[in-house]
Design a binder for this molecule. Structure first.
Ligand code: SAM
Length: 270
């Protein structure tokens, strides 16, 4: 069970996101809970003002410290364990699957969604444990990044996915990208599914998928292959002894095929 506390000026953005699909099911099963805290409820002037002009000048507005601090204190005051307090910001540490895995160990996470030009630094200094970015680009607010964090973390909570191995076998599970997927019909607009996937030979299918996965990683994100532990991890994943840097994945036999795939793909069936 993991609890999220989301501090936002726009709680409605989250409602249909949380009411649909696997997240709603997980909440019903008690695997996750998400509490939406409206930062504007912690403003006390007539206009419920949560932002003000930046000291030193410059464009835009800054999210005020006090409403965010009061919102945080409201969730810190109860019996529940102190949450890890994360601030969503494009200047934070970039979220990746390793960080998602470590966040999934937390019992409770508070996510502060910034708006405008960002949040007053003093509240960050006083409360925040981790600054998180979802990538090197700028969005209007921290709500979409917070949804990304909730969904990525929730998928790792035992019981969330129907098949526990699903999250492990996906892109970034072992540090590789997932290869191509196919479903029925077997032939679509003249393009057939690779025969090996219909063979029922699980070892060869696993080897084929691994080779495709390595090929895609090399093509799209070659830097991921530089992780020295990766190859042995993948070998272990296939139930092989670590190969000291080589993946002993066999391509399915066929004309011009066969042999060790290592980090080259099996030729794609045309
Ligand atoms: N002035 C800020 C800067 O240059 O770093 C950007 C502010 S942005 C317009 C408003 C809010 O959106 C931020 O405070 C943050 O909460 C959120 N945000 C935007 N892009 C983000 C990203 N890549 N990752 C996480 N949060 C982001």
């Amino acid at each position: 069970m993991i609890s999220f506390e989301v501090l936002t000026l726009f709680p409605d953005i989250f409602r249909s996101f949380l009411a649909e699909s696997l997240l709603a099911k997980a909440a019903k099963k008690g695997l996750i809970s998400v509490n939406l805290v409206n930062v504007r409820d912690f403003t006390f002037d007539r206009h419920r003002t949560a932002d003000d002009r930046p000291y030193g000048g410059g464009p835009g507005m800054v999210l005020k410290a006090e409403p965010v601090a009061l919102a945080l204190e409201s969730i810190l005051s109860g019996e529940a364990p102190r949450p890890l307090i994360a601030h969503l910001t494009p200047s934070g540490r970039t979220l990746d699957q390793a960080l998602v895995r470590s966040l999934a160990q937390e019992p409770r996470i508070a996510l502060i969604c910034g708006r405008y030009e960002g949040l007053d630094q003093r509240v960050i200094d006083r409360f925040v444990d981790l600054e998180l970015s979802v990538g090197d680009y700028v969005l209007n607010g921290g709500e979409v990044p917070a949804m990304a964090v909730i969904e990525a973390v929730a998928r790792l909570i035992p019981g969330f996915l129907g098949h526990p191995e699903s999250s492990r076998d996906e892109s970034h599970g072992y540090g590789l990208l997932e290869g191509p997927l196919y479903t029925r019909p077997r032939v679509w607009r003249g393009e057939a599914v690779p025969d090996i996937l219909l063979s029922g030979n699980h070892a060869q299918i696993a080897a084929f998928r691994l080779a495709e996965s390595v090929a895609k990683t090399r093509r799209v994100r070659p830097g991921l292959l530089e992780n020295p532990g990766l190859v042995d991890d993948v070998a272990r994943a296939l139930g092989e002894a670590p190969q000291g840097g080589k993946i002993k994945a066999q391509c399915p036999p066929g004309p011009g095929q066969g042999g060790e795939a290592r980090v080259t793909p099996c030729p794609r069936k045309k």
